[in-house]
Design a protein around this ligand. Structure first.
Ligand SMILES: [Zn+2]
Length: 126
């Protein structure tokens, strides 16, 4: 049994996670609708000039954006699952307690600050 978090803190973090989850859900839905509409508009415009390179670039940006959203959504739903158990708020790498102050800013955080920066350094190296 952890936990360094009080019941009230867990409840707040859970509410925050659910808020972010629904916001991201909406964002992704709008995003996809928006893309469809934009593409339709371009199809109409396309009769006059060829903007294929620009379109390819737009699409790349779009995909990159939704990749980030999808990833964050995954992290959030993982965090929500953990909240039901006892291991929420514990670093997945070293088991240290992640301070409430950090969780407030990033409730889906899986690692303590020092493990997170090590992890990010590794990811950057590829
Ligand atoms: Zn750690």
């Amino acid at each position: 049994m952890s936990t360094h978090l009080t019941t009230g803190q867990r409840a707040l973090l859970k509410a925050e996670l659910e808020l972010r989850q629904s916001r991201l859900d909406r964002q992704l839905a709008t995003h996809q609708e928006g893309r469809t509409r934009a593409e339709h508009a371009r199809d109409v415009l396309e009769r006059d000039y060829d903007d294929a390179p620009q379109r390819a670039m737009d699409r790349e940006v779009d995909l990159a954006l939704s990749d980030i959203d999808v990833r964050e959504l995954g992290e959030i739903s993982r965090a929500l699952k953990k909240l039901d158990g006892d291991d929420y708020g514990l670093c997945t790498d070293c088991g240290a307690e992640i301070p409430y102050e950090r969780l407030k800013v990033e409730p889906q955080a899986l690692r303590c600050v020092s493990c997170e920066s090590k992890h990010e350094a590794l990811e950057r190296k590829g």
